[in-house]
Ligand binder design. Structure first.
Ligand SMILES: [Zn+2]
Ligand SMILES: [Zn+2]
Length: 898
């Protein structure tokens, strides 16, 4: 017997640090760039923001990726898990601006160049925080290849894409109505605007005719924008305004003449049915203005203040101006009424400032031609979205795609590679700064001060990280990537755009599969948020329970289409599972003294054959589940196999052998099987719980290398019936007969254990049992393996009989085609047991009354959904069955007593 090699309890912390350092040092996360004939498997990480702090979303996302990568390595694939971070334009700029503010400085005071330097400095100092947190999670990324969306190579890719799209006419510059945040001083994409319903007002304003008496009343929620009106519009089908068509209107306060135009867009039921048109400050008015060639008058500037176009209101803040305009209108008797009005208002997703639709010169990507290819790629299956339900969302969005505004008015990001000649105003787009103007030869060229939307660089992530625009070996081996693992919240921001860019520039999809996982919510299914106070910090959980328990919990609840309900209690539960594995390994290693030896088939006991066969099934099911992104199913298979089959049955069943005579063939075989099963089980578990498995593996006799270099115990080739049990073929060992026999034996044992439970018999009391069956093969099997039953059911005797006669004073259980009788005389106190059973039966009877009432209620039967009714019926059946059983027991005990 070996010395005790594993510590008594598993202490995760130094184990995790030790093994992670070892894996990194040994280069076990590295992809092989030469790709020596293995299958390639690749994943690009959704790059966390460089300002990020590990939250539950990251933890789930990266645990699932790590499971896949570790699993594919064990399957022999050449795995590249490409890591990196995103420069996160506005987010990072905000962080550094805050830092400057604490020193009493603004970015405008320090200037663009020094500000950008300060951001890089910040990044050097704090930018690896999120990376180090991913390492604590066990993420096996190829860290030597870590990329940053602002590093040199990626910046080159960004410029190349911009210049190419511009030359192809797919990037253009245009005056456009954009969502403008006055605080962040930037344009925001539609998706970056968050809408909230506000209590506001609807102001009814009289717009006088320019000639003659009379006026038209127009309702608006934003009266200050009237200063920029350039028309009044009515619906051509609106008979009420027929006489308006030939009139001109005088814009109040500004005394400007406005035309009346007819446009079908006008909603006749809103307000008075007449619409003021402000092309510079409303996206719909902008479109109307385009249709009718209206002037655009910009009355609100980029700081949210009224511009010189606003006349006497110039310089007022937009909301101050609203008050002033209303006052002025009142004075002139032009305000008809004010009504309370609820409407939806857009807010900046970063700072919550109310968005001002504003006219501005911006850069756009023409999205439609790019989207068409991306739609087709999913239609024809080049990329598969899992779960499939997200495919529809993807199509909906892609089919309604609008041009993508890619310029942002901030400093931190990829500055747009476009220069304007101060001589002739020609715009030059180029990879590097041009020295002279190609139109006039002038040398005074000024680069556009805007930067690109952060998502522009992350849209290139799957190929820019692999060295594009160069044709690198990495691209050749690993593009398209195997799968993208992502949350649904960035399906549009990111996934759809990667599809468009990948197809356009690589001529192939960026990933074969997109696995969309759910959100991590709290125990009750509520979104975790700081204000609710229900946020669970993954690093705290790791500190308390260890990384492995946390990872297994995430996997166990990562069911497709269902949110992960996370609680510390659940992690604690899986911490017990980790302990169970540890204790099972510790027990096993106390007996195993050398590695697996070839075994003669006839030396294997029934339980040996059974556990080998079950081990094979577990491997088969785990791989099938992981290949289809059913992480929770894989985790459940492993949990059941380890806890119930390996620990509850196998380790218990082999104890007599382990503690029995030394040197027998049977014992040698069992020790070899135990080694094999422990060895293989550790490998199966490794992708989920990498640390504890490596720690146990390290103590396994005969191990040569890290568990990361082992082989997943499943071969694609099925070599049929296995007789020769060498180290390779035993991995394919399966034995249906052993499985069915063990099923019978374990059913009998469970039947006896249930009787113990039902009759309140102490586990330490040895019982006398007889099993009756009319089937000769069943009797023979039970007879042959009765030692196993005696051992595991804690019996003093077991007889197998062919009779229909019921013995007296025995409790009964039925299994398949056998009946079990447990003799109770001298074992239980009859009087007590009778009163207990009576109570139980009484309880069941009152439950049955409730259920039966429900089932005779016509209202319930007609209104409840079918599956609910079925459930109630099933409950009724179960209750009746239980009642019958208890009644039988009671009758029996009564008979015994009598
Ligand atoms: Zn903002
Ligand atoms: Zn020029």
């Amino acid at each position: 017997m070996c010395s005790d090699l594993l510590d008594k309890g598993y202490e995760p912390h130094d184990v995790e640090k030790r093994w992670y350092d070892f894996w990194e040092k040994e280069g076990l996360f590295s992809a092989d760039e030469k790709g020596n004939a293995q299958k390639s498997y690749s994943i690009v990480i959704p790059p966390p923001n460089v300002t990020g702090v590990l939250h539950m979303g990251h933890a789930l996302n990266n645990t699932l990726q790590d499971i896949l990568c570790r699993y594919r390595r064990l399957r022999g694939d050449n795995v590249l898990w490409m890591p990196g971070t995103d420069h996160a334009g506005i987010a990072t700029q905000n962080v550094v601006e805050k830092k400057l503010a604490s020193e009493g400085l603004s970015r405008h005071q320090v200037g663009r160049e020094r500000f950008i330097e300060a951001v890089w400095e910040w990044r050097r100092e704090y930018g690896s925080a999120i990376i180090n947190q991913l390492k604590r999670l066990g993420a096996s990324c190829d860290w030597d290849r870590e990329r940053f969306t602002m590093d040199e190579g990626l910046s080159r890719a960004v410029r190349k894409v911009f210049v190419t799209l511009y030359q192809e006419g797919l990037i253009y510059r245009g005056n456009y109505i954009i969502n403008w945040c006055n605080r962040c001083h930037t344009a925001l994409a539609d998706l970056e605007v968050e809408h909230e319903v506000h209590d506001g007002f609807l102001y009814y304003i009289r717009y006088p005719y320019s000639q003659g008496k009379g006026y038209v009343v127009i309702a608006t929620t934003r009266p200050e924008t009237m200063l920029g009106d350039t028309a009044v519009a009515v619906n051509p089908e609106d008979e009420r305004y027929r006489d308006l068509w030939s009139r001109k209107i005088l814009l109040p306060l500004m005394n400007r003449q406005l035309p009346v135009i007819k446009d079908k867009y006008v909603d006749m039921s809103f307000g008075t049915g007449a619409l003021k048109v402000t092309p510079a400050h409303d996206p719909n008015d902008f479109e109307i203005g385009n249709r009718h060639h209206l002037e655009r008058v910009k009355v609100i500037d980029d700081n949210g203040q009224m511009s010189s176009e606003a006349g006497e209101f110039k310089g007022l803040d937009r909301f101050e101006c609203r008050k002033a305009v209303v006052e002025a209108l009142k004075k002139e008797g032009l305000l008809e009424k004010i009504e309370p009005y609820q409407h939806s208002i857009g807010h900046c997703y970063r700072c919550n400032t109310i968005i001002e639709p504003n006219l501005s010169k911006q850069w756009f990507v023409k999205a439609k031609p790019l989207a068409d290819k991306a739609i087709r790629a999913v239609e024809n299956g080049d990329t598969r979205i899992v779960p499939e339900i997200w495919t529809k969302t993807y199509f909906d969005w892609m089919n309604n795609i609008k041009d993508w505004c890619i310029s942002r008015q901030i400093w931190w990001g990829h500055q747009i590679p476009a220069w304007t000649c101060s001589g002739c105003e020609a715009v030059i787009v180029a990879m590097t700064a041009p020295e002279t103007c190609s139109a006039c030869g002038g040398t005074h060229l000024i680069q556009d001060t805007d930067v690109l939307d952060t998502w522009f660089s992350s849209a290139l992530w799957p190929f820019s990280t692999m060295g594009w625009p160069d044709q690198t070996p990495l691209l050749k081996l690993f593009y398209p990537t195997s799968v993208l693992v992502t949350g649904f919240d960035i399906l549009f921001f990111w996934v759809a755009r990667m599809m468009m860019m990948g197809l356009h520039f690589m001529g192939d999809v960026p990933f074969k599969d997109v696995y969309v996982h759910a959100l991590v919510r709290d125990e009750e299914g509520k979104k975790m948020s700081k204000s609710t106070g229900n946020v669970i910090d993954p690093l705290n959980v790791i500190d308390t329970y260890g990384t492995d328990a946390f990872r297994f919990t995430l996997a166990a609840f990562a069911a497709q289409g269902r949110d992960v309900k996370m609680s510390e209690k659940r992690v604690e539960g899986y911490r017990h599972f980790i302990n169970k594995i540890w204790n099972a390994a510790r027990f096993s290693l106390m007996h195993i003294d050398k590695e697996y030896n070839d075994i003669a088939h006839e030396s294997l006991s029934l339980v040996d054959r059974w556990i080998l066969s079950r081990r094979f099934r577990a491997a088969e099911k785990v791989s099938e589940a992981l290949d289809n992104y059913r992480f929770n199913d894989a985790a459940a298979v492993l949990y059941n196999f380890v806890w119930h089959e390996l620990c509850d049955w196998y380790l218990e069943a082999i104890k007599p052998t382990l503690y029995g005579k030394e040197g027998t063939d049977r014992k040698k075989a069992t020790l070899s099987v135990l080694w094999r099963v422990l060895h293989d089980t550790l490998i199966l578990l490794h992708p989920f719980i990498p640390f504890v498995t490596e720690e146990i593996w390290d103590k396994l006799p005969g191990k040569k290398d890290s568990i990361m270099k082992s082989e997943f115990p499943l071969d694609d080739a099925d070599s049929g019936l296995i007789q020769d049990l060498d180290a390779k073929s035993i991995r394919l060992f399966r034995d249906r007969k052993a499985e069915s026999i063990m099923k019978l034996l374990s059913d009998i044992i469970t039947g006896i254990r249930n009787i113990r439970g039902e009759m309140n018999i102490s586990p330490s009391l040895s019982l006398a049992v007889s099993v009756h069956s009319q089937e000769e093969p069943t009797r023979r099997t039970i007879e042959q393996y009765k030692d196993i039953i005696i051992n595991l059911a804690q019996l003093k005797s077991l007889s197998v009989e062919n009779t229909r006669q019921r013995p007296k004073s025995a409790a009964t259980a039925v299994v398949d085609n056998a009946v079990i009788f447990v003799y109770l005389e001298g074992i239980i106190n009859f009087t007590q047991e009778i009163s207990r059973l009576n109570k139980e039966i009484g309880k069941l009877a009152s439950e049955l009354i409730i259920v039966s009432k429900k089932l005779s209620n016509e209202d319930f039967l007609s209104k409840a959904p079918n599956h609910v009714v079925e459930k109630v019926k099933e409950k009724q059946r179960n209750l009746m069955e239980k009642q019958r059983n208890l009644q039988t027991n009671l009758d029996k005990i009564k008979a015994l007593e009598g």
